[in-house]
Design a protein around this ligand. Structure first.
Ligand code: SF4
Length: 361
């Protein structure tokens, strides 16, 4: 697994954002820190915030990374990794749901880092797509939208993909979300069932389904770009065809519908036996849902499904969706000819289960 957080000692007292460069990078910009030496333990950088020593990395490994330095915690967070297409900024750890399979269980507290994250975006590499997640980012809607608008106004080459439960938009947001700057923004919105009873049970929040429909209506009227997301659990497996009919009838405007296999982390780890629906043994509801969506012009795709575990007719939909820093392939994948197209497994997926699931192609 690629480390996203490293130990670091800084001369500065307050948190700051800086771009790291090697000594060979030429003239550094005002927000760059340049490497001034390294050994087996790590590397030292110098910039306008003073000296910074980072353990467990080399200058070459970090060249071009935009990092957040937290001197008090002695941590360096690699917010935007150079050359990676999988950069996600967590804007809050607070959430107003408690999904049964949540991969990042929420916290009650919120640490406001919007100003630092905005600065990081402004230092991003050209044409980068930046993911935003939480918690629930729209609990801080004004801060979030303000950041997105300022960044895209200054850097129109950048774009954002924002994961949100979609429940905090109101009619008053429509003109704002219809502004040209939001053509650079897509929203990843979860929907787990076509009925309030099942959806609300999965997200553990009464009224969530109704609020989601209202939010989706706002996004439709604003002409927003939306990707629907449905995580597969035992409880909604057989309800997927009904959800496909709902999506095709009411939400045909979406750019894609992502059906996602469960992640073995967070709440799902302790509830695995009750939640994990083995699609190898029960692909029929998935196939029916995909066929119906496709027939009605909705682009369905499979996330977190190792390619060899999907019937051949649907394998092209299995995207390499797992971010590079948390992706792994178990030993049995070694001879597989489709590893390049395959997303493999999350790094924290148990090896014995992963090895048992795969069948090299
Ligand atoms: S054997 Fe491994 S690399 Fe090949 S398709 Fe299966 S999971 Fe992917």
């Amino acid at each position: 697994m690629i480390p996203l957080s490293l130990r670091g000692l800084a001369e500065a007292k307050a948190p700051y954002v800086v771009r790291l460069r090697t000594a060979a990078c030429g003239e550094p910009g005002p927000d760059d820190a340049r490497s001034v030496g390294q050994d087996d333990e790590g590397v030292a950088f110098s910039g306008s915030n003073g000296l910074l020593a980072i353990d467990g990395a080399s200058a070459a490994m970090l060249d071009g990374d935009v990092v957040l330095v937290d001197p008090r915690r002695q941590r360096v967070e690699r917010l935007l990794r150079a050359g990676s297409q999988h950069n996600t900024l967590v804007v809050t750890e607070r959430c107003d749901q408690l999904c049964v399979m949540c991969s990042q269980p929420p916290k009650k507290t919120h640490v406001d880092r919007f100003a630092l994250l905005e600065k990081a975006c402004l230092l991003a590499a050209p044409d980068l797509l930046i993911g935003i997640s939480g918690g629930e980012p729209t609990l801080f809607k004004e801060e979030l939208l303000g950041m997105v608008e300022r960044v895209i106004s200054a850097r129109p080459d950048l774009s954002f993909h924002i994961l949100s439960n979609g429940q905090h938009f109101t009619e008053q947001d429509i003109p704002r979300l219809a502004a040209p700057v939001y053509r650079r923004v897509s929203w990843g919105i979860p929907i787990y069932a076509a009925t309030a009873g099942l959806h609300d049970a999965i997200v553990a929040k009464d009224g969530a389904f109704v609020a989601l429909q209202n939010g989706l209506a706002v996004l439709i009227m604003a002409g927003a770009r939306v990707e629907l997301r449905t995580v597969l659990v035992k409880d909604n497996l057989n309800a997927l065809p009904e959800l496909a009919r709902f999506v095709a009838a009411r939400l045909q405007f979406v750019e894609a519908w992502s059906l996602m296999q469960l992640e073995h982390v967070g709440f799902a780890k302790g509830r695995w036996a009750n939640l994990f629906a083995d699609h190898r043994e029960a692909f029929a509801p998935l196939a029916e849902a995909i066929d119906y969506a496709t027939l009605h012009g909705v682009r369905a795709q499979l996330f977190n499904f190792p390619r060899c575990t999907v019937p051949a007719a649907y394998r092209r939909l299995a995207r390499a969706s797992i971010s590079d820093w948390k992706r792994k392939f178990p030993d049995r994948c070694a001879p597989c000819r489709e590893q390049v197209e395959c997303g493999g497994f999350f790094a924290w997926h148990p090896d014995d289960h992963a090895n048992q699931m795969v069948q090299p192609l």
